[in-house]
Ligand binder design. Structure first.
Ligand code: PEP
Ligand code: MG
Length: 536
């Protein structure tokens, strides 16, 4: 038996399951000379054809799961695999330079990507992502080390150096029962997604590829990964799991009770979600509403922007499910560690300080307006509010509200029914805190994003596992929250906390003291936070 320690970012204990290693490090493609270029070309063509077959199969699977339109990306990639320019470039390199196929693919890819990225056309730029994708698939076929493969067909514990949000989305979540990552932080989006899915997760665990196929247990209560646990350990883990289930039961029994302190102060508890299923989980855990719907995940891992109709369906579903309960829809917060290929964004040296959140929305006005129209239309079916991310100035809020107004006028002119929505902003930059007295006059509510507020206040990348002690508990961040709460109350609007700090039971008392009106956490955290409120 081997035991590894890690940091728990989503509590829980898994069953004894196989460990599946997902290789996320791109193996270095080495240049080799070959004697016979023709044989190498055939090796390339065979790999390309095998990738095409794989993509056809993926297309059929995706069509059944996510519909024909979204699955279309796999069909488009098959066509690109046989693109003449792409193939000529690779085959000529092999023949003329007598180099190995994988190196030829890698260098053709780099040339094409450089060429596409230099053209000032968003659609062409987006093509460079496709080229990267298909080339990686061919290289993986030629050097079969399993890099980036993440399909699992039975319940497993996933272990990876790191996972991007898009890899998480690609994975079959039903079968991902535990997650162990070497890098990442509690506030990285992969960890946030794992938490919102309620998957026991550890980070900062040194991954060993030898574990692949061995059985293991994630004990994300005590921060341990057991590889091939002995019987005594299995019994001990089963006891921990039973205790946890009993405790959850106790918490759940309080579900119908409101989150009120002993002296009668109310702290409404909402859920953070990123898809429809999580809306169901939020209700199952007794959420009083949705405090943060991270809509950017509707834009990630797809070829084109989601249409107004597609978005309308998702927002309507959630509005219907939640009924009278409030649902705060945050407009897309794309950028930084949540890139979305459909935006065709060029690489930034410092993406966390780049074109992100509201900045991107104001640059892509039509895409933004499409989302706003979908929200306004869905608002008929429930109690929806809209919230803008990454705000730093009054101008941004005024401009975003102006576009919202345009969206309303367009719907009105076409006779399409819609309902008004309340407007809020995320307070997640120091600038927004400093300007909070002015911003409060422009909106109906504030929500504090402590993950980004800590990152930008403390100048500490939220993804950097060496900086985890620079977190939202820092007094500078707490003072910022207090300032924003004061501004909100002076203007007569409500303020909530929706960053990960809200999941810390020990913070509830301080939030109450600061006058925070609501908190919003992953669905799985709701029962324990409610219990914490009721114990004060
Ligand atoms: C935050 O920054 O705290 C937040 C809630 O937004 P996200 O984690 O999606 O950036
Ligand atoms: Mg944020």
């Amino acid at each position: 038996m081997e035991v590894k320690s890690g940091k728990s970012v989503c509590y829980g204990v898994t069953d004894v399951l196989d460990i599946k290693i997902i290789k996320t490090d791109v193996s270095e493609v080495v240049c080799r000379c070959v004697n016979d270029g023709e044989i190498e070309v055939i090796r390339y063509q065979n790999a390309r054809d095998a990738v095409a077959k794989e993509l056809e199969e993926l297309y059929i699977k995706a069509k059944a799961e996510i519909g024909e339109k979204d699955a279309g990306i796999f069909k488009a990639h098959v066509l690109m695999l046989y693109d003449e320019v792409y193939n000529d470039s690779i085959e000529n390199k092999i023949r003329e330079q007598k180099i190995n196929a994988e190196y030829a693919v890698e260098s053709a890819k780099n040339e094409l990507v450089r060429m596409f990225d230099a053209i000032d056309d968003e659609l062409i730029k987006a093509r460079s992502l496709d080229i990267k994708d298909i080339s990686t698939r061919i290289i993986n076929m030629l050097i079969p080390d399993g890099t980036g493969q993440c399909d699992v067909d039975k319940p497993v514990i996933i272990a990876a150096y790191e996972l991007t949000p898009s890899m998480m989305l690609r994975m079959n979540k039903e079968n991902m029962r535990g997650l162990v990552m070497q890098s990442g932080t509690a506030n990285s989006h992969a960890a946030i997604l794992a938490r919102s899915m309620g998957i026991p997760t550890l980070i900062n665990v040194k991954i060993d590829e030898e574990w692949d196929g061995k059985n293991g247990v994630v004990d994300a209560i005590n921060g341990r990964l057991y590889i091939e646990p002995d019987n005594e350990t299995k019994d001990m883990l089963a006891d921990i799991k039973n205790c946890m289930i009993n405790e959850m039961q106790v918490c759940k029994e309080q579900e119908s009770k409101s989150a009120v302190t002993k002296d009668g102060r109310i702290m409404n508890i909402y859920a953070n979600i990123s898809n429809r299923q999580e809306a169901d989980a939020a209700l199952a855990n007794g959420a009083e509403g949705i405090g943060l719907f991270r809509t950017e995940f509707l834009y990630i891992e797809r070829e084109g922007y989601p249409t107004e109709e597609e978005q309308f369906e998702v927002y309507k579903y959630i509005a219907d499910r939640l009924g009278e309960k409030k649902v705060v829809i945050r407009t897309f917060d794309i950028g930084a560690d949540k890139p979305a290929g459909c935006f065709g964004l060029s690489k930034e040296i410092n993406p966390a300080l780049g074109l992100r959140g509201i900045r991107l929305a104001l640059e892509r006005k039509e895409v933004f307006k499409t989302q706003l129209r979908a929200i306004l239309r869905a608002a008929i079916y429930g109690n929806l509010a809209v919230m803008f991310p990454m705000v730093t100035s009054k101008n941004e809020v005024q401009e975003a509200k102006r576009i919202l107004y345009e969206a309303e006028c367009e719907l009105k002119a076409k006779g399409i029914p819609y309902a008004d929505v309340k407007v809020g902003v995320m307070i997640e930059t120091p600038a927004a805190v400093i300007m909070s007295d002015e911003l409060a006059k422009l909106v109906d509510f504030f929500s504090i994003g402590t993950n980004d507020l800590a990152q930008y206040t403390l100048a500490a990348d939220r993804q950097n596992e060496r900086l985890t002690e620079y977190d939202a508990h820092h007094p500078a961040v707490l003072r910022m929250i207090e300032i924003a709460a004061k501004s909100a109350h002076e203007a007569g609007i409500k303020i909530s906390v929706c960053g990960e700090l809200a999941s810390d039971e020990a913070m509830v008392e301080m939030f109450l003291r600061m006058g925070i009106d609501e908190i919003s956490v992953s669905p799985i955290m709701i029962p324990s936070i409610r219990k914490a409120v009721r114990s004060i």
